[in-house]
Write a protein of this length. Structure first.
Length: 297
């Protein structure tokens, strides 16, 4: 939030400076026009030029200063555009820095707790993750108490990070998300003007039809929940936190432990907390490059 305020303050200050600059050029134009008119009245008094000549002189002066004002406006616009470009670059660089900083940390500081409100902020922001037809098929259970983390550790094949992390976010893919969420989503779309009331019911039928196949239902729910999980891990870095996604757990025992229904799947658990201050991360392991995993056609 501090960076956003600083950026806003800089832009507002720049606009205010150039606004004053532009106003002063207009004052100079007005004063100069009056001065030239006064000089003309005095110096041309004996010559007796025609009204047309005086008018042409005055209009010429006005045109000159209109050009100056126009150029000043172009300068102001150019500088403001430059400020915008610098801001965009800073924002882009910061975003890339956060993404590149994210690592799967295996050692957390067990003495430091992440406040509940911070976890909620991270999850609320991550909820902006896209999903098919905006059905948002994800649910979470945050395991935070020491007693429950100790039990969860056993379910996760005794991984120490489960107990050392401040919390463990259990991601749940709701296989009934289409039926559970479609009406609220479409009502919102009608209210906001995305679709007309007449389009609502046919679209509802089409969405539900896309979830008829058990395989597609499973794929859609897990896919969108996994994207939600990636958002959580990136956003956590903005708060100076570390994360580690885990697939090593006994899902049947986990479901019994947390009372998760049969119409739900757990794609992963994300440990979240502060890195242990006395331990150092090894360099990032080898990553394939685009030339190895992709092609443009």
């Amino acid at each position: 939030m501090g960076e956003e305020k600083r950026e806003k303050d800089i832009k507002e200050e720049a606009k205010e400076i150039f606004k004053r600059f532009y106003e002063r050029t207009r004052d100079i134009q007005k004063a100069t026009t009056e001065a030239v008119k006064e000089i003309a009245d005095k110096t041309l008094k004996g010559v007796g030029p025609s009204k047309e000549t005086v008018r042409e002189i005055a209009e010429g002066i006005q045109r000159t200063f209109r050009d100056i004002s126009s150029k000043a406006s172009e300068v102001v616009a150019g500088v403001l555009e430059g400020v915008e470009e610098v801001t965009r670059k800073e924002r882009r660089d910061e975003c890339l820095k956060i993404i590149k900083e994210r690592r799967s940390v295996t050692f957390f500081d067990p003495r430091r707790e992440v406040p509940d409100e911070v976890i909620k902020e991270i999850l609320n922001t991550a909820a902006l993750t896209p999903s098919g037809y905006n059905l948002q098929p994800w649910e979470v259970i945050v395991v935070k108490s020491k007693e429950k983390k100790k039990k969860l550790r056993k379910i996760c094949y005794d991984q120490a990070k489960v107990e050392e992390a401040s919390a463990n976010i259990v991601l749940i893919a709701n296989l009934k998300a289409a039926e559970d969420h479609v009406d609220r989503v479409l009502d919102s779309w009608v209210e906001l003007g995305y679709i007309t009331p007449e389009e609502r019911d046919p679209l509802r039928d089409r969405i539900l039809k896309g979830w008829e196949s058990p395989e597609r239902r499973k794929r859609k729910a897990i896919r969108d929940t996994a994207m939600f999980g990636m958002s959580i891990m990136i956003i956590a870095r903005l708060y100076g936190l570390e994360t580690h996604p885990m697939e090593g757990f006994d899902e049947a025992k986990l479901k019994r432990f947390l009372k998760i229904g049969k119409d739900r799947i757990v794609p992963m658990i994300i440990a979240i907390g502060y890195k242990h201050p006395e331990k150092t991360l090894l360099p990032r392991a080898y990553r394939f490059t685009f030339d190895e995993f992709g092609r443009i056609v």
